[in-house]
Design a protein. Structure first.
Length: 321
């Protein structure tokens, strides 16, 4: 079956032509953790807050919601960056776009990064936030209604966190705590290539075959893994090794990059969740590299991705669909 996916890696014409349309001396800014002032937006209430990690560290978060909106569903979001780069600024544009179009509160987490804070610090930071915001006082203080929708999601490393967090939260279900209703996976990865389950290896070939794509290659996958420091078979890093996903959520939405070594495991994971009973929508962006909408938001196809993302989140919040 994986052979059928190879067509997705043919470079998209917009991506091929993109460098030719840039002004001279244009530099694509790298993801950093530089502190920036919040740019105000009259349509949104954007605020920052902190939550204590188990070791006393203040985890920084940014909340996005429409001005004067109340009792909203929650989208708990985690940025990408290979576990070693990224910040609240990385996906600020996307968070704003979604919050403007969808009646929800987005809470973006600035988890600690490797190698200064190696595995499992980043994952456990996100777990501590998840545990905190599902308590009654936090729900009240943030003016949330998690019964109307509780989404957890992220991009790349954030999508990796999402799977492990959702699985643990389901397995360790606490009576009285709200259930996660929906999962959002953008350009995700869910298993170290060396520990792919044997029965899935024939379906996960892109991680071996795609080594010419911008943004993510076999060597960069290995680089990020070594910096992160996770055991290859730890299910917090390789959640694809989990065997049971039934009941983890109701719906899932995948944005899959076709020219991405992580492509096949995303397609496989989407099917695993379908077989577990989740209602799944997935969109493969043919010929586009890992996280193209972050790297090149000016592309028409990136604008289209944003529109489809908004539609996907609205779909997840629909009841009885």
């Amino acid at each position: 079956m994986a052979e059928e996916y190879r067509k997705y890696s043919i470079p998209h014409p917009e991506w091929v032509d993109f460098p030719n349309k840039l002004p001279p001396n244009t530099r694509i800014e790298r993801m950093t953790r530089a502190r920036k002032d919040i740019v105000s937006d009259p349509a949104l209430d954007i605020t920052e807050l902190t939550i204590k990690a188990r070791d006393g560290y203040d985890i920084r978060l940014r909340s996005y919601r429409r001005t004067a909106a109340s009792k909203l569903p929650l989208f708990l979001y985690m940025h990408g960056g290979g576990f070693v780069t990224g910040s609240l600024e990385t996906d600020d544009k996307t968070c704003r776009a979604v919050a403007k179009e969808v009646e929800l509160c987005i809470l973006s987490i600035e988890y600690r990064l490797a190698p200064e804070h190696p595995f499992p610090v980043g994952f456990e930071d996100c777990w501590d936030v998840l545990q905190h915001i599902t308590t009654s006082p936090a729900i009240s203080n943030l003016d949330l209604d998690l019964e109307s929708g509780f989404l957890v999601g992220g991009t790349s490393a954030g999508a990796n966190f999402t799977a492990g967090l959702a699985h643990r939260y389901h397995v360790q279900a606490v009576k009285g705590k709200p259930k996660i209703t929906d999962l959002v996976f953008w350009a995700g990865s869910w298993c170290h290539p060396d520990v792919r389950p044997e029965h899935l290896r024939p379906s996960i070939l892109s991680v071996d075959e795609i080594d010419d794509a911008p943004g993510l290659t076999k060597s960069s996958i290995e680089y990020f893994w070594k910096k992160y420091g996770a055991p290859k078979d730890d299910k917090r890093y390789s959640p694809l090794l989990e065997e049971e996903w039934k009941g983890v959520a109701s719906k899932a939405y995948f944005a899959i990059c076709g020219w991405d070594p992580r492509r096949d495991e995303a397609i496989v994971f989407a099917d695993i969740l379908r077989n577990a009973g989740l209602d799944v929508k997935d969109q493969v962006y043919q010929g586009l590299p890992h996280g193209f909408w972050t790297t090149c938001p000016e592309l028409p196809v990136s604008v289209e991705w944003e529109k489809e993302t908004v539609a996907g989140i609205k779909w997840m919040l629909e009841k009885g669909e």
